[in-house]
Design a protein around this ligand. Sequence first.
Ligand SMILES: [Zn+2]
Length: 403
Amino acid sequence: MSLNIVHAQQLVTVRGDAGARRGAALNELGIIPDGAVAVRDGLIQWVGPTDQLPDKNAHEFDATGKIVLPGFVDSHTHAVFARTRADEFEWRIQGMPYMEILARGGGILSSAKAIREAHELHVRYADRFLEHGTTTIEAKSGYGLNLDNEIRMLEAMRNEKRLEVVPTYLGAHALPPEFTERRGDFIDAVIRDLEVIAQRKLAEFCDVFVEPGVFTPDEARRIFAKAQSLGLRIKVHADEFQSYGGTALAVELGATSADHLGAISDADIQRLAQSDVIATLLPATLFTLGENRYAPARKLIDAGAAVALATDFNPGTSPTLNMQFVLSLACTQMKMTPAEAIVAATINGACAIRRQQRIGSIEVGKQADIAVYDVSDYREIPYFTAVNFCIATLKRGATLFPL
Ligand SMILES: [Zn+2]
């Protein structure tokens, strides 16, 4: 399969160092005006100005007046679920706080009930991700709350063939009500289940929701020690609503990412910035919850942290899968520049799932994961709020949108 994308008004390559981008490098998009990309056998074979394209013997996609970007890498989602939570959406509008919804058996527990009752599980809206320019997602289990259902969720991820899905085991997402008086027993069960998950190679990462009222840093440390001994890498739901030690734990254990960080302390910002842990920010969650505070992206970037952006797509607290909207929130609410937001949503997202050698930028030898936008300047992608300007998406060189 041969394809040349030609005459892109701006070919946004995000080329450069394969590692996570920090500081000034977060602003380097590697734009090629009137750019071209040659795709052969699913890989990027050549990148440069259209008038220097060496091999014109291929199907041609004329991107005149359009912007070409690497496919978004959405490195934090909960995209396997059985039903939406529109009921709870309304309760929240009427003033009920999230932790109270959780305490009433709503929230994660209501998603768990739906998973247990569903006959078949899927990565939800996989085609919609592709339609919005996202070519790879990370997805978490965590609505099963027991081994059988966690495995069903992880198998649903493995069965998704169009969108690339990186599976994370989130056995400790919420304490099932039957374990209220036996917290230690639940942690023991998660640790036992990890062995089965690892043996069956169902997950690459292990995550724990570290937050007051959910799991403590010490409980998480026990789970993560087991995960690391089994060869899984670590992600942490950290400091989402309160500063509680999740970020410090991520740094201590050499986690791949610490995610949320809505309430991160200044000391933890410094810790994170001096580590290799990716700071994954999820502004759509705080937007959905109607919060008027966001993770301190500017402080994190200025301190030297490697910031990534993701949707946190889930049926309760972030019902958006549109990374273009997340870029808008990053710019308007967290004061990231449009360039920083794009780098955070592509190569740094790839770093957050350890795929930076294969995806996250338009460079020779990488997978041809590419999206085309009907705008004339890359800044218009975050500038237009909540509008989808993606007109074509390629995954491994195959056009998956439009069909
Ligand atoms: Zn999450």
